[in-house]
Design a protein around this ligand. Structure first.
Ligand SMILES: NC(=O)C1=CN([C@@H]2O[C@H](COP(=O)(O)OP(=O)(O)OC[C@H]3O[C@@H](n4cnc5c(N)ncnc54)[C@H](OP(=O)(O)O)[C@@H]3O)[C@@H](O)[C@H]2O)C=CC1
Ligand SMILES: CC(C)(CO)C(=O)C(=O)O
Length: 293
């Protein structure tokens, strides 16, 4: 299958390497410099201490070619910037969006494409250089249909699946996206404000108290009945990624924009619609927005 990946960041590079094992991948980048480096030297993938080199074709993102599928791997807040790119992708070509949070759902609703799939990525990836990615955490990618015929997803998953880079099908896209949203809403802003690694949220009793305060409001907004199950999922992720810095902490430390609007911003909008008071989430939102400057 011909796969176009838009965005040569951590996830774009990671997906390009694994998917190129059994597909023809083109990585669409923002800068000509990244295009040049990848076409000349390929992409380096570090995994478990081993570094492999992958020959991948790269093109500027304003020169879209015909593909069988596009994976959109830019950050949620960069989607607006690539809006015109979608005018060059035929409406029959399936699109996969893998952004964290919920804000991207509003953006994709306005596209005219017939088949839109949303994904939740449970891998960890770190872009160490322009054409060098570190696969820091092994996981899987969940895919669910957002628009179009569910029948298309099975064959796509079949073609994307490789070991150790699995894809699985989820029936309910909202349940899938909200599941990840809760995890990111609790872990990301707290770790970024406290400058703490994920594991510390469970080990420091004061941080754990904050986890519960955040979770109480998230559970209220999303009307979740099994709070304990949700807490256990967060606890497991904190323990499994104990020594990791969350993506929001990394963004703050590197003076980059964060995805707070897509994560806590999305929840604040839902709270407003339901006329719910959520002071803890307000505090997190404004703390991160203030720190972004
Ligand atoms: N990294 C991870 O471990 C995980 C990430 N995710 C999600 O995946 C998404 C991507 O994250 P991640 O890869 O880490 O983010 P990065 O910031 O590393 O990558 C985003 C990439 O998009 C590129 N981009 C921006 N504008 C354009 C454009 N006009 N044309 C082409 N490319 C463009 C950027 O290019 P440039 O560098 O030139 O600015 C950058 O390389 C996020 O929404 C995140 O929530 C989900 C789970 C795990
Ligand atoms: C699951 C978690 C919190 C892992 O660090 C993550 O998705 C992130 O950092 O964005």
């Amino acid at each position: 299958m011909r796969i176009g990946i838009i965005g040569g960041g951590a996830i774009g590079l990671l997906f390009a390497c694994y998917l190129s094992k059994s597909n023809q991948v083109t990585l669409y980048c923002r800068t000509n410099e990244q295009v040049r480096l990848i076409n000349k030297y390929g992409i380096y993938l570090k995994h478990h201490g081993t570094v492999d080199n992958f020959t991948i074709k790269a093109q500027p993102s304003d020169e879209i070619s015909a593909e069988d599928l596009f994976i959109i791997a830019v950050k949620q807040y960069q989607l607006e910037q690539i809006e015109r790119v979608f005018h060059h992708i035929p409406s029959q070509t399936p699109l996969i969006f893998i952004q964290n949070g919920v804000a991207h759902l509003k953006f994709i609703e306005n596209l005219s494409h017939e088949t839109i799939i949303v994904g939740v990525v449970e891998h960890g990836a770190l872009k160490e250089k322009t054409n060098y990615v570190h696969h820091t955490g092994e996981g899987l990618t969940r895919l669910a249909i957002f628009r179009g015929n569910e029948q298309f997803v099975g064959p796509i998953i079949h073609k994307l699946n490789t070991i150790p880079f699995p894809f699985i099908f989820e029936k309910d896209y909202l349940e899938m996206v909200f599941g990840k949203l809760i995890v990111n809403a609790v872990i990301n802003p707290l770790t970024a404000i406290l400058k703490a690694k994920n594991g510390e949220l469970m080990l420091n009793s004061h941080y754990l108290h904050l986890v519960h305060l955040v979770l109480d409001e998230v559970v209220k907004i999303l009307d979740i009945s099994d709070r304990e199950k949700v807490f256990m999922r967060i606890k497991t992720i904190c323990e499994n990624t104990a020594s990791n810095q969350s993506s929001m902490l990394k963004d703050i430390l590197n003076h980059r924009q964060t995805e707070i609007d897509g994560i806590i911003g999305g929840l604040l909008n839902m709270a407003e619609t339901k006329d719910l008071k959520v002071p803890v989430l307000q505090f997190l939102y404004h703390s991160i927005k203030g720190m972004e400057r």
